[in-house]
Write a new protein. Sequence first.
Length: 128
Amino acid sequence: MPNCFQLTRKGEKEPTSLSKIDEEICAAVGDPVHPTRYCRGWFDSIGWMIAVTGLDWTGVRKAFEPCVQAETYPFCAVHGKPWDDKSNDCYGHWIDYGAEEGKSIISVLDYLEANYTTSAWVEIGRRA
Ligand SMILES: [Zn+2]
């Protein structure tokens, strides 16, 4: 299981800093840059998925797709994860947090996927 990630602009060799990427995202989706929070929570959702689960863009996009309860019950037909009857959702589904206010995180994903490649790796212990 990886626990670190970085994003590298397509065509470049060195990864881009996350704060620089955040500024680009804000410009792309039309949100102001926040001094302490990442745009639409992308670091804690998209970043987490890449870092901890090692998902690529296809996998991240799928995680945001709505669940489908079908003949696969008690597993979600979309994500293949166990169904949770309380939330009527599965454990592989990520909520599109900003969607309620018309600010979907999918537009962040669209920007990142169009411009960056992902990589994730495992790091154990602490740096000196
Ligand atoms: Zn699901």
